[in-house]
Design a protein around this ligand. Structure first.
Ligand code: ARG
Ligand code: ZN
Length: 854
């Protein structure tokens, strides 16, 4: 069925207190729940407790076993006469058979939970909705040898031994929380411990819990946690509130991590790192996710969501917060470029396709399908626009008011916006459209200079394309940062200004413009829109060399590259000169940060080039990009060698400067390989062999894997033999092959799907092969449809184990409208086959059926 936002009603019953008693066992866990239930208003509705398919072993009301309960669509209906009762239920569940990884499940011999969004009902009967807040007391009992560590939310209260080699622990979380934040872990784990003293002087015991062998890989995550805690105090005035903060890493996890109160549970890929096994990208992602989950303690836990339509209230805001944190740890400019690149790769296509939805959706079938780039990343951009419009002081006044007003409650996006208005005095009425309208606004900007009057007029128009269910759109509030440069003098003709567009078309007039102006627009990517301008290649080249906003400078370069690649894909050839000159100028500019240079000289991805075309032609795009890469590689051969040599770092160090050099080094290596010089494979292989860190090693491997050299096979074998027992590194081995641009990638990937180390049961492994392959535009879109068929086969198989993870990989098949008729028909055929599969999950059904219709 479809759940609609407009149908929200408050819960009939509240549950101020819950006591849970777990007799843990991988095969059969007994869960006894004691709920204090209170009727919310004068109604005569029974108590309805969500369940995940289990049958209660007993139902006891106020101490007396009852029989007049019934099950309806998985929910337990308990007739109750009074205003307050104590309701006890008992169920038995089987964690080791839980392949969905929702609820209580087994991972690597340990037991753990994942409840967001609706996993708690698979553990016990409960009103499993985020506006029911309870104080939890949790007792865990388990075999002491197998599960020496017993963790739950909140603070530890008591522990002891039991007969038969069992033991127990009790935890209490004094902060009322929704069921999706419940967590427990039982396992054979050790902790990397530290303390953090909060700004008011509270000592917090921190622990990062992992298998003993992984302990040396937890230093980075622990340091990131301490840095995050201090950052949230300094930047948002938010202090931690319990005596303990634990993080547990598990290998089998459906997504990145989970912010359970006082007991975050992480996909181990976002905790474990050392120089030999993790790339700089991994190190950065670990710090970002640790910060993200920690920041949820306020934006998510202290203030939670009233209903799941408000998901972006916590996710968009928390992503914005983690982006700010990461920007403060290194180069803010490079961080912004990475975030925008990610938005364009994941969110823009979503907004332009059949699954487009506003950051506050109006309806869903399966909420798991709405943990999207739109809710998270566009949601973060919307908060960023509010911050831009308000400015730092008023933004902080707004967030202070929000935290103050809604602490301890389940709030809405509207509550957030209203707080920002009240705290700042700024009217955000029209801005609210960002919560309601899906689709990426398209802005056209054209600058006209009148030499007689020294006046320049910028005409800006906006249009948001139709999206499913939203045929026509209203104009949005767009905060655009603008600046004008003089084409001759390179002087500033008009200093940076922030304009707020809110009309379909507007004119912005600049006086005293005495020479031909060049427009720098959407500086810092101040609005998440597509900008179309009539700027010439020469003007873009100018900006790529002179703009003082690093993002705008990067953007000018990207636009030059995109224009060249689109023309080349359409006509089979294009003039590469402007791109080559701009790259040369960037490499030669000693004032630029190597990390920035590495980003700026990178060609846009095949997929992003495709997004610029009316019809995506994967082979033409691939050829155009290869030709440009080869030409840039050859024409700037000396510079790439020099950049490569200059970027050598003596010894691994995880610092922004060393990271930048490593990045530039591998980008240079890629161009050297693209140039086709004889010793390129030798150079890559030497980097591969000589590396003292995974960034250099993986970068070299990716370069080799794209080519035809004998070193390619050797490197893959060496890598496999060296890291075959490390699951996270083995994921890289699968992924690098699935992303290869070689013509035989599909055959390789089909073989890898039969490899003894491949399993669909582990989400990281499934994503490393299937997810990566479907992001490989050339291979996935092979003209005969074999790539589509392979992915559909895998997703149908995965759906039987883990619907949530399978459904997340549907979107690439849903992009059929963007391709030629033959490919579109083949893609639809696979979607139809998926929809017709007997026993299909509702996760997959929603994604695949909407993809066919939209
Ligand atoms: N709240 C978690 C986070 O953003 C992610 C939970 C994802 N849940 C899901 N059903 N996909 O950190
Ligand atoms: Zn989150």
């Amino acid at each position: 069925g479809v759940i609609r936002r407009e149908d929200y009603t408050p819960p009939d019953w509240q549950v101020p207190e819950i006591a849970l008693d777990f007799a843990l066992d991988a095969a059969a866990t007994r869960v006894r729940a004691t709920l204090q239930v209170v009727r919310s208003s004068a109604h005569d509705q029974p108590l309805v407790l969500d369940g995940g398919g289990q049958t209660p072993l007993s139902v006891i009301v106020d101490g007396v076993a009852i029989n007049d309960w019934r099950l309806e669509g998985g929910a337990l209906i308990v007739p109750l006469s009074g205003a307050a009762h104590v309701v006890e239920t008992e169920v038995e569940i089987a964690p080791e058979r839980n392949t969905q990884l929702m609820g209580l499940y087994a991972s690597g011999g340990n037991l753990c939970t994942q409840c967001e969004a609706e996993g708690f009902r698979r553990i016990t009967f409960f009103p499993d909705r985020p506006d029911v807040l309870s104080v939890y007391t949790v007792r865990l009992a388990a075999d002491k040898a197998r599960y020496p560590v017993l963790l739950a939310n909140g603070d530890p209260i008591a522990a002891g031994d039991l007969p038969d080699g069992r033991h127990w622990a009790e935890w209490r979380d004094p902060f009322p929380k929704p069921s999706y934040l419940f967590a427990l872990v039982a396992g054979d784990l050790v902790a990397n411990r530290a303390t953090f003293t909060t700004m008011s002087g509270r000592d917090v015991a921190l622990g990062i819990w992992v298998r003993a062998a992984d302990l040396p890989k937890t230093e980075h995550a622990l340091a990131a946690l301490q840095t995050s805690m201090a950052w949230d105090e300094r930047v948002y005035g938010r202090e931690y509130d319990l005596d303990v903060f634990n993080i547990v890493a598990v290998d089998d996890f459906n997504f990145g991590a989970m912010e359970n109160k006082g007991l975050n549970i992480f996909n181990s890929r976002y905790i474990l790192a050392d120089a030999d096994t993790a790339t700089d990208y991994d190190f950065d992602a670990i710090a970002a996710v640790v910060a993200h989950e920690y920041f949820h303690n306020w934006s998510g836990n202290r203030i939670t969501c009233r209903d799941w339509f408000q998901l972006s209230l916590k996710e968009g805001f928390t992503v914005f917060r983690d982006q700010g944190f990461s920007a403060d740890q290194g180069s803010a400019a490079v961080k912004r470029i990475e975030d925008v690149r990610g938005l364009r790769a994941a969110q823009f296509p979503e907004d332009a396709g059949p699954l487009a939805h506003p950051i506050r959706p109006d309806e869903y079938q399966e909420i798991s399908n709405f943990y999207t780039a739109t809710i998270y990343n566009k949601g973060a951009e919307v908060i960023r626009m509010i911050a831009t419009i308000l400015g730092p002081e008023r933004f902080r006044a707004g967030t202070d008011l929000y935290f103050d007003r809604f602490d301890g409650t389940a709030a809405t996006c509207e509550d957030f916006v209203a707080s920002m208005e009240a705290g700042s005095g700024v009217d955000l009425s029209q801005f609210r459209l960002w919560y309601a309208q899906a689709g990426t606004p398209r802005v056209t900007a054209s600058l006209h200079h009148d030499t007689g009057s020294d006046r320049a007029t910028l005409t800006v128009s906006q249009r948001t394309p139709p999206t499913p269910g939203q045929p026509s759109k209203q104009p949005m509030v767009l905060p655009l940062k603008l600046k004008l440069f003089g084409a001759q003098t390179a002087q500033t003709l008009a200093p940076e200004q922030l304009v707020l567009l809110d009309q379909p078309t507007e004119h912005i007039v600049f006086e005293g413009v005495g020479e031909r102006p060049i427009l720098s627009i959407n500086r810092g990517f101040s609005a998440p829109v597509v900008i179309e301008t009539d700027r010439s290649a020469a003007d873009l080249a100018f900006l790529s060399a002179h703009d003082d906003d690093p993002f705008a400078r990067y953007e000018a370069m990207q636009q030059l590259m995109l224009d060249t690649l689109v023309e080349s894909a359409a006509n089979g050839t294009a003039d590469h000169q402007a791109v080559i000159a701009a790259i040369a100028g960037t490499l030669d500019n000693a004032a630029l940060d190597p990390a920035f240079i590495a980003e700026a000289v990178l060609l846009p991805s095949d997929a992003f080039v495709g997004d610029q075309m009316a019809r995506v032609d994967p082979e033409a795009i691939f050829r155009a990009r290869e030709a440009l890469r080869a030409d840039v590689g050859q024409r700037l051969a000396g510079r790439w060698r020099a950049a490569y040599d200059a970027a050598q770092v003596d010894r691994f160090e995880y610092t922004p400067a060393a990271k930048g050099l490593r990045r530039l080094k591998t980008v240079a290596l890629g161009y050297i390989a693209a140039s086709g010089v004889d010793d390129a494979a030798g150079l890559a292989f030497a980097q591969f062999e000589g590396a003292d860190n995974m960034t250099d090693r993986q970068g070299a491997l990716a370069t080799l894997v794209a080519g035809e050299s004998p070193e390619r096979v050797a490197a893959l074998d060496i890598f496999y033999n060296r890291y075959g027992d490390n699951a996270l590194v083995l994921d890289k081995w699968f992924q690098v092959q699935a992303l290869s641009s070689r013509a035989d990638t599909l055959a390789t990937v089909e073989e890898l799907a039969r490899h003894r180390d491949f399993t669909l049961a582990n989400p990281n492994r499934a994503r490393a092969l299937i997810g990566a392959f479907s992001a490989n535009q050339r291979a996935f879109h092979a003209a005969d449809g074999a790539g589509y068929r392979f992915v559909a086969d895998q997703l149908i198989a995965l759906d039987k184990l883990n619907p949530q993870t399978a459904a997340k990989m549907i979107p690439p098949l849903g992009r059929w409208r963007r391709f030629d008729e033959a490919r579109a028909a083949l893609m639809r055929q696979e979607l139809e086959r998926i929809v017709a599969t007997p026993g299909l999950s509702k996760d997959m059904f929603e994604q695949a059926s909407k993809s066919l219709a939209g």
